[in-house]
Design a protein around this ligand. Structure first.
Ligand code: HEC
Ligand code: HEC
Length: 454
């Protein structure tokens, strides 16, 4: 469980205790008053059950976020045959297989709370073979690989399919057991995860090539170009693998925390949280559900989507739509993590805040406390002195003002949608010249300290 999930859970637990106490006390009062004046039943019960409902809703959403594949096994296992590459030839699949070491090296994370104590001890003692794909299968059986669901044959010996969940990209772990192994941190973007390399392991990329109208060699080149922490959510719509400058067209995986109160989501403002959740579950994860967006009928902008009628997706069984309410509720409850106390200079950050809100003009767009605009939060590329490549791959042709809370937690991979700025200092330099701010070196570094304090 992520620290935020944990915090919210504790808060609910505290609330529950309080509600139970209040209910007990008022019940006593009710008995007394019933006997005396025969008053109607107290309203506290309704309140208590509402709180319990909220808690149940939250838990359901968390389960969906972490564990639900929406039936996408039909793609990752069925079409791509990824499970055969994971198990490897020695275990009935193909190729060398994926050992735990390889899995960790491509950024997959392991949920330490799923590992039985005896196994954890054996790992610590170096008695578990982390070079053996069979160990990966054992971890999958324990449901310990974050965001990856393994299905096994009835005798439990062979992996029969594999699916993915939201947590694959939008969760990480706190490394408390070992690097890559620890407690879940939901909402934190996994900037170690090399999705392109993982998908590239598939022994059958032909269906992807067919969908995109390209050959397998090109698909492999595109996937190899993504690198850690990136994924291209628009590839399946427009088939664009590279930017005009030859760099990958993929974007950084963004946080899924700190999103409550924000109008448009994704780097280019495709829509609301439930809009995007339906989009991703249907069109990216290839789950089985329904999705509607006639904007995808634009064959100029979205040739692949238009050709395949993606804006009018209807599966025979809908395993997605009924999950959207709880999934949204859970995401909105994920708060951005606070920065560690000694990770920034509070005095400099205070000076930086004044620059953010004054001379730097940052607060004109990044409005506290969400740090994006309340209302329509999209901008034309030239407003922030940038190219239109990624904006042009979206319906509005604009960039969304990125919410800034928790910046410190996802510095890996850089900043802006494609990570073009390696550091926050580089971001500030860009604005300094774009807006002609004339910030001194001291002012720039104060501004960076403020950004790090959010
Ligand atoms: C393979 C990796 C991957 C998976 C799996 C994935 N996402 Fe994402 N997600 C991304 C990327 C990359 C973006 C950025 C897309 C863009 O801006 O074009 C994104 C964007 C988002 C955003 C917008 C965040 C913001 O700042 O506005 C939300 C919300 C989100 N995803 C939720 C989900 C949910 C819920 C699921 C499961 C149903 C999911 N994602 C599955 C990679 C992934
Ligand atoms: C005109 C509106 C606007 C103003 C003013 C503005 N920003 Fe931004 N900001 C944006 C947009 C739009 C993006 C997304 C750019 C992208 O990803 O391509 C962004 C992205 C960022 C990011 C990257 C966040 C991430 O997670 O990658 C940071 C940091 C940032 N802005 C800080 C600032 C600072 C500091 C200032 C003031 C010097 C400022 N912004 C002024 C609109 C604005």
């Amino acid at each position: 469980m992520g620290p935020d999930g944990e915090r919210v859970r504790r808060r609910f637990a505290r609330l529950r205790g309080l509600v139970a106490a209040v209910a007990l006390i008022s019940l006593g009062g009710a008995v007394f008053s019933l006997a005396a004046v025969s008053k109607p039943a107290p309203k506290h019960h309704a309140k208590a059950s509402k709180r319990t409902r909220a808690e149940a809703f939250f838990r359901t959403g968390r389960r969906i976020f972490r564990h639900d594949t929406f039936g996408d096994e039909q793609f990752w296992g069925g079409t791509l045959q990824l499970h055969t590459a994971i198990e490897g030839q020695a275990n009935g699949g193909v190729g060398p297989g994926v050992s735990p070491k390889t899995a960790l090296a491509v950024g997959l994370k392991v949920d330490a709370t799923r590992i039985p104590r005896a196994v954890a001890k054996a790992i610590k003692a170096g008695k578990v073979n982390l070079d053996d794909p069979a160990t990966t299968l054992a971890l999958l059986k324990l449901d310990a690989v974050v965001g990856v669901k393994g299905h096994f044959t009835a005798n439990g010996k062979q992996l029969s399919s594999v699916g993915i969940t939201c947590a694959l990209c939008h969760s990480t772990v706190d490394d408390s057991f070992a690097p890559g192994i620890g407690r879940r941190r939901d909402g934190w973007p996994n900037r170690d995860l090399d999705v392109g390399t993982i998908v590239g392991l598939s022994p059958n990329l032909q269906p992807v090539a067919d969908l995109l109208g390209a050959d397998v060699a090109t698909v492999k080149k595109v996937l190899a170009g993504w690198g850690p922490g990136k994924f291209d959510a628009e590839l399946f719509l427009d088939g664009k693998g590279f930017r005009p400058d030859g760099k990958t067209a993929a974007t950084l995986i963004p946080p899924a925390f700190g999103l409550a109160g924000i109008d448009r989501h994704t780097y280019t403002g495709w829509g609301s949280v439930p809009y995007w959740n339906a989009f991703v579950a249907n069109l990216e994860m290839h789950g089985q559900g329904s999705f509607t967006d006639p904007r995808l009928d634009d064959a100029q902008k979205f040739p692949v989507a238009a050709r395949n009628n993606m804006g009018h997706t209807r599966s025979a069984r809908d395993l997605i739509t009924s999950k959207l309410p709880a999934l949204q509720f859970y995401q909105l409850a994920l708060k951005a993590p606070r920065p560690p106390q000694d990770s920034f200079d509070p005095v400099a950050a205070k000076r930086g805040k004044a620059i953010f809100e004054g001379k730097g003009t940052c607060a004109g767009c990044h409005v506290k406390p969400t740090f994006t605009e309340p209302g329509y939060n999209l901008h034309r590329p030239e407003e922030v002195c940038t190219d239109s490549f990624q904006a042009d791959r979206s319906p509005d042709g604009r960039y969304r003002t990125t919410p800034l809370r928790g910046l410190w937690s996802h510095a890996k991979g850089g900043f802006w949608h494609d990570g073009r700025f390696a550091t926050l200092g580089d971001v500030v330099e860009h604005y300094n010249s774009c807006f002609g701010l004339n910030l001194s070196a001291g002012e720039k570094s104060d501004l960076v300290q403020y950004l790090q304090s959010l």
